[in-house]
Design a protein around this ligand. Structure first.
Ligand SMILES: [Zn+2]
Length: 360
C-alpha cells in the first residue's frame, strides 16, 4: 500500500454535532495522524443548530493549536423575504464571527434542502453586502452547493439519500442547474471571492466542466470531501483526473466530513481510502466499487493535505476572544429563551457558557 509516513494533514471539513461529541474528536486528532482540523459550523440550518457557532468556537478554545473553525450565518426563521429584517444583518454577523476568532465562513445554503428552506436565490441582492464584505476582507468560504445529480432522479437516488430526505425529484426543490446558475450569479458580481466548493462542487462525473469552472473563476477551489460517489467517478477516468489534480494542485483541498457523515464510513475507512486513492496506484474494492489510485506526486499531495488550506486560513488557527464569545453565548441564550420553539436549546447554550467560563 505504501502511504507517506511523514506528511502533514489538515482535515478542512469536520463537523461536531454537540458538546457530547467532544470526546470523539479528541480521539480523531490522536488516532489518525491528523495534525489540524477545521470545524465547519452548520448554524445556517436554523432552529436545530442554534448553538453550532458557539460549540465550534468552544472546541477551538480547547485545542487552540490544532483547531480552525468556520462560522456560519444564522437564520432563525424561514423563509426569508426579500427584505432582510435586522436580525439577518449578514455583514454584522460576519464581523461578529471574525471578532470571536473564526477563521472563515461555512455555507450550507446551496444544499437543495436548505436552499429550498431559505427560499431566495443564493445570488439574491439581499446577500450582496455580505458577499461584498467577504470579498473585500478576503475571508475564505467553504460552500456546499448542490448535491450529486443522481439525487434528482428516483431510479438513481441512493437509498441513504431517500432516507435522509435528499431526493429532489418531486418538483419542490431547485434543479441542480438552477443552483449552479446562482453561483455564477454570485461570482459574476464578486469574482474575487475566495470560495472552496465542498464535495468537488459535485462535478466528479464531469471533468470538462470542472476544468471550465476552475478556468473561468480564478479564486475558487474544490474540496475532495466524500460523497463516496466522487471516488467511483474519479476511478472511472484515472488518467484525466490525475492530470487535473496535477494541473490544479493549488486548488484542491483535503476534507473528510467527519463526524456528521459517519454514514459514509468510520474515520479509518474514510481516511485510508482517500489516502490510498491520492497517494498510490492501488486498485482495490471498497464502498461497493473498484477504486483506482491516482498516485500523485508527493509535492502535490502535500498541497492537497494542508498547504492549500493554509493558504486560505493561515498556517496557525486564529485565537478565540473569550469576551466576545461570551457575549455571543448570552445573546444566543436570550434568543433561545425568548421563543418557545427554541427553549430546548437553552440548556445546551448554558453548558457552553459553563465550559467557557473555565477559560475566562
Ligand atoms: Zn459537511
Amino acid at each position: 500500500m505504501g502511504l507517506l509516513s511523514d506528511v502533514k494533514i489538515t482535515d478542512s471539513h469536520v463537523h461536531i454535532g454537540s458538546i457530547k461529541h467532544f470526546n470523539f474528536l479528541d480521539k480523531y486528532l490522536k488516532d489518525y495522524g491528523i495534525e489540524n482540523i477545521n470545524l465547519v459550523s452548520l448554524a445556517c440550518k436554523g432552529h436545530e443548530a442554534i448553538a453550532q457557532n458557539l460549540i465550534c468556537a468552544l472546541y477551538k478554545l480547547l485545542y487552540p493549536d490544532n483547531v480552525y473553525a468556520y462560522g456560519s450565518l444564522m437564520y432563525p426563521y424561514y423563509p426569508l423575504d426579500d427584505k432582510i429584517p435586522d436580525e439577518y444583518n449578514f455583514v454584522e454577523q460576519v464581523e461578529k464571527l471574525m471578532a470571536i476568532g473564526f477563521d472563515g465562513i461555512k455555507m450550507l445554503e446551496g444544499k437543495p434542502t436548505l436552499r429550498k428552506k431559505i427560499s431566495v436565490p443564493l445570488d439574491s441582492p439581499i446577500f450582496d453586502n455580505y458577499y461584498s464584505y467577504l470579498e473585500e476582507q478576503k475571508i475564505h468560504v467553504i460552500f456546499h452547493v448542490a448535491d450529486p445529480e443522481t439525487f434528482w432522479v428516483k431510479e438513481t437516488a441512493p437509498s441513504f439519500a431517500l432516507e435522509k430526505g435528499w431526493f429532489y425529484g418531486n418538483g419542490t426543490f431547485p434543479e441542480k442547474e438552477t443552483i449552479y446558475k446562482e453561483i455564477d450569479g454570485i461570482l459574476n458580481k464578486f469574482p474575487n471571492l475566495r470560495i472552496t466548493f465542498a464535495h468537488f462542487y459535485f462535478l466528479s462525473n464531469f471533468p470538462e466542466r470542472a476544468e471550465e469552472f476552475l478556468n473561468r473563476w480564478k479564486n475558487v477551489s474544490l474540496d475532495v470531501t466524500p460523497g463516496r460517489e466522487m471516488y467511483d467517478n474519479f476511478s472511472k477516468r484515472t488518467e484525466v483526473w490525475r492530470d487535473f489534480f496535477t494541473k490544479h494542485q493549488n486548488r484542491i483541498v483535503f476534507g473528510t466530513d467527519m463526524e456528521a457523515s459517519m454514514f459514509q464510513g468510520g474515520p479509518s475507512d474514510i481516511i485510508n481510502t482517500m489516502r490510498r486513492f491520492l497517494e498510490t496506484d492501488d486498485k482495490f474494492n471498497n464502498w461497493g466499487f473498484e477504486i483506482k489510485g491516482l498516485k500523485l506526486d508527493q509535492a502535490v499531495v502535500e498541497k492537497i493535505y494542508s498547504k492549500n488550506f493554509e493558504s486560505y486560513a493561515g498556517s496557525t488557527p486564529k485565537r478565540i476572544n473569550t469576551d466576545v464569545l461570551l457575549d455571543e453565548c448570552l445573546r444566543i441564550k436570550n434568543l433561545a429563551e425568548s421563543k418557545k420553539e427554541l427553549n430546548n436549546y437553552v440548556s445546551e447554550v448554558e453548558e457552553v457558557i459553563n465550559m467557557l467560563k473555565e477559560y475566562i
